[in-house]
Design a protein around this ligand. Structure first.
Ligand code: PHE
Length: 490
């Protein structure tokens, strides 16, 4: 262990003083060091156990407003007593007139404790000796408090403590420092005054550091641990997912929270009476003004394919309502971004992905959220087929550390075939999302020439396994302990 020059100065001073004394005194006596430097040196010396610090608690008594006033114009009981000495008898009325209502009351109350109580409206002088000596004691006490020297009687402190607004009592802690045996020993065994604590540019230029000893760093000095800023576990996971797709050459797309039903549903061949379009499942916007539908040319196309299909495909066979396609909603899935992006960029081959938020009118429970993220993706290519899709899903989850993947047949109005992706972990099977090959009723009307495979996977479900959470809501609880110490499972 080494000590700094400042610490050494303080330690040497304490050695010369020997006896324990207030830290404040060091600040006054040690020249050339600021109060802060001294107090920091004292703290270091204390943590290095070279000095002892004791605490002394002192009470400080001061006069309050009335105490000051009583010194100026006499204690109320004193003034009443003087009046009694002069007249022998004083009526309550006279007392009040002479002392004022407030002090008059105090005087009466104080003197009545000595038996000087009003009888039939008059007080007579009694026990004069005793009263006089007590009043003298009280006056002396107030004087001593005022001057800050002279004896302080405990009895008087007790007395005035109970009287309102005469004195205030404050506790004051003084830190006392003294050098201990280890400190003395340290100074005996370390005599190198010529040591360099701080190397300055000037010292380097003048080379005066040559031949001198440097202060060593003490790597064992205890320092407080600080928590540096870190990524939120979800940000961490999102970045990881993005990295996987980007490294495979996928292009990242960004969509919008607010979408047209026409793009979110109709363009994906979801019939207008589909239960997922219900208000029970979807947040619709209460738009007061009608917005221009983006790419209105598709409305005609959608009407045709929904109502009567196309060559070889019968469509849904119902009367399609354009108004419903124009309604605004909070997107319920990011497949809306995929279909829009593909329409705006029709040239294959194209590999797309996004990790973005979607909204569902769900009641929140341990495995459902109303606001969640989807890992969306699609490949538009002549080579896109169900095997490519399964292969991609495997690669993706394997990159995250999940080796055991299962596919289940499923159904979505816009894909055929459709498969759900299930991850097996610790004997449990967790459904992570849907995927499939877009139906011709989706691709052909929008002018997409090659097959499209697509998927939409739950990010929060994945996070539950990834971070070993039993309740999906824990992700957004902002539990600081978890945020600081989260561990990855696979
Ligand atoms: N959009 C579907 C969902 O939200 C998932 C999906 C995406 C299914 C793409 C098939 C194709 O659950």
């Amino acid at each position: 262990m080494e000590i700094s020059r400042n610490e050494e100065l303080v330690l040497r001073y304490l050695l010369s003083r020997k006896s324990s004394g207030p830290v404040r005194e060091l600040e006054i006596t040690i020249k050339g060091l600021s109060d802060r430097e001294i107090s920091s040196a004292v703290s270091w010396l204390e943590s290095k156990q070279l000095i002892d610090i004791d605490k002394e608690v002192n009470t400080r008594i001061q006069l309050s407003d009335e105490g000051l006033e009583f010194i100026e114009s006499g204690l109320p009981e004193e003034n009443l007593f003087l009046l009694l000495e002069e007249k022998g008898k004083v009526s309550v009325k006279e007392c009040m007139e002479s002392l004022g209502a407030k002090n008059g009351k105090i005087a009466l109350a104080q003197l009545s404790r000595f038996g000087l109580k009003p009888k039939e409206g008059e007080i007579s002088l009694l026990n004069a000796e005793k009263v006089k000596s007590e009043i003298d004691e009280r006056k002396k006490f107030l004087q001593s408090v005022k001057s800050g020297n002279g004896p302080i009687s405990e009895e008087q402190v007790e007395h005035f403590r109970k009287r309102e607004n005469v004195i205030t009592i404050k506790a004051q802690t003084t830190r006392l420092a003294s050098i201990n045996a280890d400190g003395e020993n340290y100074l005996k065994t370390h005599k190198d005054v010529d040591r360099i604590d701080f190397l300055t540019p000037e010292m380097i230029a003048s080379e005066e550091w040559r031949g001198k000893r440097f202060r060593a760093y003490d790597l064992n000095t205890p320092v407080e641990r600080i928590q540096s800023a870190s990524k939120h576990p979800m940000t961490y996971l999102i970045d990881k997912v993005r990295q996987i797709f980007l490294s495979m050459g996928f292009r990242e797309m960004k969509g919008h929270y607010v979408e047209y039903s026409g793009w979110n549903m109709d363009a994906l061949f979801i019939p207008q009476d589909h239960p997922a379009r219900d208000m029970q499942d979807t947040f619709y916007l209460n738009a007061t003004k009608e917005f221009e539908f983006e790419h209105p040319e598709i409305l005609k196309v959608l009407k045709k394919v929904h109502e009567s299909g196309m060559e070889g495909y019968p469509g849904w066979q119902y009367s399609w309502n354009e108004k419903r396609a124009r309604e605004l909603l909070l997107r319920t899935h990011t497949t809306v971004s995929t279909i829009r992006y593909l329409y705006e960029n029709k040239e294959p081959p194209l590999a797309l992905f996004s990790v973005e938020k979607v909204f569902r009118h769900e009641s929140v429970d341990w495995k459902h959220l109303a606001e969640l993220h989807q890992i969306e993706g699609a490949v538009h290519s002549k080579d896109a087929n169900i095997s490519t899709l399964k292969w991609l899903m495997r690669i993706f989850y394997e990159s995250l550390g999940f080796k055991d993947i299962k596919f289940l047949p499923s159904y979505y109005p816009y894909t055929e075939p459709s498969i759900d992706v299930v991850v097996k972990i610790n004997g449990k099977e967790v459904e992570l999302g849907g995927s499939g090959v877009f139906r011709p009723e989706v691709t052909r009307p929008l002018g997409l020439k090659e097959p499209v495979i697509a998927w939409g996977l739950g990010l929060e479900r994945l996070a539950m396994i990834y971070y070993n959470l039993s309740d999906i809501r824990e992700i957004y609880n902002s539990d600081l302990d978890w945020l600081k110490n989260f561990r990855l499972i696979p």
